[in-house]
Design a protein around this ligand. Structure first.
Ligand SMILES: NC(=O)c1ccc[n+]([C@@H]2O[C@H](COP(=O)([O-])OP(=O)(O)OC[C@H]3O[C@@H](n4cnc5c(N)ncnc54)[C@H](OP(=O)(O)O)[C@@H]3O)[C@@H](O)[C@H]2O)c1
Length: 297
């Protein structure tokens, strides 16, 4: 199969297209013909070994996994023994977890892991733009931030993959939510349901205004956030802790997609052959939502 591979850590140019054997589904596993994947900020961090601690978990001298790609959408192509949840041809989307491997023509995943049927009306490129941002935003807002309907919430870094999901998930909790982002993203963040959108290059929120601040970009100092919080307010950041990959998140995420409450935000769609260019875009640090890779179709 065709796959976007990397043999060493480094700049976007380390990404190249190569052939490798398609993985075989084992017990309880399905093989997915991948139609779309993405390059997340996480993929780019692993490629760059940034921070250097990445090497401890993903290979000291060279990357342990030679195919990145965390999010995917595609069709179930074959079933391993002892599977019952999906049938061949089902349209599914999900996340690979820390084994990666989604920027390739096929991937194998346990049928009871982070994979789900996708909404009928969604395209593969749309569905592939959802899991990374939605599961991360949900983890930080709900598990760490204990978001409540009565909260006034600020999402800092509202325009990245995590930020656009955070704005929408905060709205689903019935909270009043404001967004802080760069000047070219103001209209988008308003359209996703933010009440007030501030341009971080020239505006700062008032002191003592928020019950919960989520720094979805990992750029906000705790001391600055503290000033913007009401007394007793909570500050959570993508810098503190690691979001969990949970199969149990997917029924809700699917329902949010089907109801239109969770919309995909796609910066650009690249072909698999343009994987290095897509990584370069992500390294820029200002993508809008997801950078999607179309693998089939
Ligand atoms: N802890 C975890 O489990 C976890 C999970 C996922 C992601 N993350 C981390 O979360 C961060 C965001 O991920 P992502 O995928 O959403 O990234 P992304 O899509 O690349 O988005 C980054 C966003 O940061 C904003 N930004 C850049 N410079 C900024 C600044 N100086 N001040 C405020 N905002 C700024 C940009 O907005 P503008 O273009 O509008 O400036 C951009 O939209 C990354 O650092 C990633 O590694 C952590």
């Amino acid at each position: 199969m065709k796959a976007a591979r990397l043999d060493r850590y480094g700049p976007p140019e380390v990404m190249h297209i190569d052939e490798k054997p398609a993985p075989k589904p084992g017990h309880g596993e399905i093989r997915v013909a991948v139609h779309a994947s993405s390059v997340t900020s996480g993929d780019a961090r692993i490629r760059r070994a940034d921070p250097p601690l990445v090497r401890l978990f993903f290979g000291l001298f060279r990357p342990k996994y030679d195919v990145l790609g965390y999010e995917f959408a595609g069709t179930v192509e074959s079933l391993g023994p002892e599977t019952s949840r999906f049938k061949v041809g089902d349209r599914v989307f999900g996340a690979t977890g820390f084994r990666f491997g989604a920027t390739a023509e096929f991937l194998v995943i346990k049928e009871n892991a982070t994979v789900s049927l996708m909404p009928e009306s969604w395209s593969f490129t749309q569905a592939a733009a959802i899991p990374f941002g939605a599961t991360t935003a949900r983890y930080f807002l709900e598990d760490k931030g204990h978001i409540q309907e009565s909260d006034r919430v600020l999402i800092h870094g509202a325009s990245g993959a995590v930020g656009v999901a955070a704005i929408q998930i905060a709205r689903m909790h019935g909270t009043a939510v404001d967004g802080l982002c760069g000047p070219k993203h103001l209209e988008l963040i308003q359209s996703l349901g933010a009440e007030r959108v501030l341009d971080y290059s020239r505006e700062t929120p008032g002191n003592g205004a928020y019950d919960l601040i989520f720094d979805a970009a990992g750029k906000l100092k705790a001391s600055t956030a503290k000033a913007w919080l009401r007394s007793g307010g909570r500050f959570v950041s993508v810098q503190k802790g690691l979001a969990k990959d949970r199969a149990s998140d997917y029924p809700d995420i699917l329902a949010w997609m089907e109801s239109g409450k969770l919309q995909p935000v796609i910066d650009q769609i690249y072909g698999l052959d343009d994987i290095a260019e897509a990584h370069r875009k992500v390294d820029g640090g200002h993508k809008t939502g997801a950078v999607v890779i179309q693998i089939r179709g």
